[in-house]
Design a protein around this ligand. Structure first.
Ligand code: ADP
Length: 205
């Protein structure tokens, strides 16, 4: 994994399709990284920003247009870029070029997987990693089937995945991390992102 100057890291979350957990992933991985470093979440999803407010988050959220000045004044260690769903291949390739880690979230359903395969083929020759999100609990085999299909097609995939939990919807509505939502599943839901964060941390070491 490429790391830009001084060990700083740019993580971009992108994809052709909306509704697959891109913003939720950006918000929670920023939360994970902010436990040990300074982090800023850059919200490029201007029209469909998932967050109602960012005051309850343990890091600042800024707009893309504010990034240059923010970075100059604060020099954050990690940048997490949440991007709007877009099928613009040139834009996607530019995003891939400009980050250290490109994450492509997908839910394990047919429509999302089809969009994921289109996204992945636009990224041939670029490096990225697929994250399975919004995975329904057993007895559904959707997540396992998706994992098998992605692996059979040689798509790089995070070992850990994110469960489907209403606590995530509450978190985004309340503008907080899922670990701060009062819900019996809040902590296991948070730990899913912690495990993915640990995978990222291991790779950059
Ligand atoms: P995107 O950024 O790809 O459009 P979002 O992160 O905004 O996706 O998520 C789309 C919707 O799905 C939101 O209502 C969000 O709360 C919900 N969601 C995201 N991740 C999960 C999850 N793991 N479990 C349940 N709902 C989720």
């Amino acid at each position: 994994m490429r790391c830009y100057y001084d060990g700083h890291m740019v993580i971009t979350v992108a994809g052709f399709k909306g509704g697959v957990g891109k913003s939720t992933t950006a918000i929670h991985l920023a939360g994970y990284l902010s436990e040990s470093a300074s982090v800023v979440l850059v919200d490029d999803d201007l029209n469909e920003s998932a967050l109602s407010s960012s005051e309850g988050l343990p890091y600042p959220v800024i707009k893309n247009t504010e990034l240059r000045e923010y970075a100059r004044n604060n020099a954050p260690e990690h940048l997490i870029l949440d991007t709007a769903a877009s099928s613009d291949v040139d834009r996607l390739q530019a995003l891939a070029d400009e980050c250290d880690l490109l994450i492509l979230p997908t839910s394990p359903d047919g429509l999302a997987l089809r969009a994921l395969f289109r996204t992945a083929s636009a990224l041939e020759g670029y490096s990225y990693k697929v994250l399975l999100t919004i995975c329904p609990p057993r007895p559904s085999r959707d997540a396992e089937d998706a994992r098998e299909m992605l692996t059979a097609n040689n798509l790089p995939l995070f070992q850990n995945q994110i469960r489907r939990a209403v606590a995530f919807q509450r978190a985004v509505l309340e503008g907080v991390l899922v670990r701060d939502v009062s819900d019996s599943k809040a902590m296991v839901a948070w730990l899913d992102y912690v495990r993915v964060g640990d995978e990222i941390a291991k790779e950059v070491k």
